[in-house]
Design a protein around this ligand. Structure first.
Ligand code: GDP
Length: 394
């Protein structure tokens, strides 16, 4: 319900502002409680007066995340959705926004809830078989439970082997710039950062050997890392730089291997990272006299003149798109991964446990771990299924 109102101090009767009130009666509000939204002229004077009047009524400012927390406690959101609110607020690129919105829609929680329900059913059947052996339960129950558990374990396993795509998309896709010294790696990083940097921020913990810049590359969050030049050296500090560069390059999702276009023999170093995740870049194309002599498959650019950079960006974006443009909901946090891994271990253990009681205990542990992801763990759920599926109690 929306109403145009004069805001008046309930104590002194002073007019405070002229505006709008939106009233959302419980339970159909964002938190599930009665919610009133005051739309005010946002000046400091109006805010101070209205806030003072509200606090005289015993109201206070919300704590960080309090609305979302109340929404969760009132069953309006599950935990993955609450996390999605935080991600949506923090989203810096299109891809992050899309992923957070999908999660807010509940698609991720849906998967886990679905698994939880299946598990609950398996558990309920097994418990019933244990607790009520004299009742007329179908004899194939145990086989069904084993079969169902195995299928579920396979699904969880598949979900976990997603290459950390959701987490990467949330935190930034690491792209390492590697190559021999003086190939123009730093220059290329500067060029890419300047062109694409909607957000250019140095990241804490950088060393003088590895410099990182967060950029928005065609809608994807990318963390570009410029590494120390790769070359054999007797200098201890340089060796350490080299070690870090190699480690960073190993860990990165993608690599740009940059060589000087006039020294195409350097391209052989790229062989250390075979496969589609390393793009070979021939820099200083402005100096190259014979462009036909470039290493095969290299993307020609000049970090000095900017030539070829759009093509390089397009190639990088298309490589990222292939991996990260996913419609299916993926897990986005280490928290989800840990809980799923714990669930999977228990589920797999249940398959080899000898006694039905032990199997049931492992299924219960699995179910609890799954429930922790969405924040719904409730023994009542188990009782509900037990008593709904079998007419056992009298
Ligand atoms: P890094 O050691 O690989 O990081 O290389 P730098 O980015 O420091 O570049 C080494 C030298 O090459 C510098 O003097 C740059 O100005 C120069 N340089 C880098 N890119 C280009 C380019 O595309 N064309 C030309 N002519 N010079 C370049």
């Amino acid at each position: 319900m929306a109403r145009r109102v004069r805001f008046r101090d309930p104590g002194g009767g002073d007019d405070l502002d002229d505006g709008l009130v939106l009233w959302f009666p419980a339970p159909k509000s964002v938190t599930g409680e009665d919610v009133a939204e005051l739309h005010l002229h946002g000046s400091r004077g109006v805010l101070a007066a209205v806030m003072a009047a509200l606090s005289r009524l015993g109201l206070r400012l919300a704590e960080p995340g309090e609305f979302t927390r109340r929404a969760f406690l009132n069953g309006k959101l599950d935990l993955t959705q609450a996390e999605a609110v935080a991600d949506l607020v923090a989203a810096e690129t299109e891809a992050q926004r899309r992923q957070a919105l999908r999660q807010l829609d509940g698609q991720l929680g849906e998967i886990y809830r679905g698994w939880g329900e299946r598990l609950l059913r398996l558990l309920a059947h097994l418990e019933a078989a244990i607790d009520f052996p004299d009742e007329e339960l179908p004899p194939q129950i145990e086989a069904e439970v084993a079969d169902g558990s195995e299928r579920l374990a396979k699904e969880i396993e598949r979900h976990l082997t997603d290459g950390h795509r959701g987490e990467r998309l949330r935190d930034g896709i690491a792209v390492a710039i590697v190559g021999p010294p003086n190939a123009g790696k730093s220059s290329l990083l500067n060029q890419l950062a300047r062109r694409e940097a909607a957000i250019t921020s140095p990241i804490a913990g950088t060393t003088r050997d590895v410099i990182e810049v967060a950029i928005d590359l065609a809608g994807y969050p990318v963390v570009l890392a410029d590494t120390a030049g790769l070359r054999d050296s007797a200098d201890m500090i340089e060796q350490e730089g080299l070690r870090r560069a190699l480690k960073r390059a190993e860990e990165a999702e993608l690599r740009l291997f940059v060589v000087d276009a006039c020294r195409s023999e350097d391209a052989s170093g790229a062989a250390a990272w075979p496969g589609p995740d390393t793009l070979l870049v021939a820099n200083k194309i402005d100096l190259a006299t014979d462009r036909d002599a470039l290493p095969a498959g290299a993307i020609p650019v000049s970090a000095l003149t900017g030539e070829g950079l759009p093509a390089l960006i397009a190639a990088l974006a298309s490589r990222i798109e292939q991996t990260y443009d996913i419609a299916a909901p993926v897990l986005t946090r280490a928290r989800h991964r840990e809980a799923l891994e714990t669930a999977l271990v228990a589920l797999q253990r249940s398959l080899t446990a000898g006694l039905p009681e032990l199997r049931a205990e492992d299924l219960r542990l699995t179910w609890r771990s799954l429930g922790r992801i969405t924040g719904r763990v409730d023994v009542e759920d188990l009782l509900d299924v037990i008593f709904a599926d079998f007419c056992l109690g009298k």
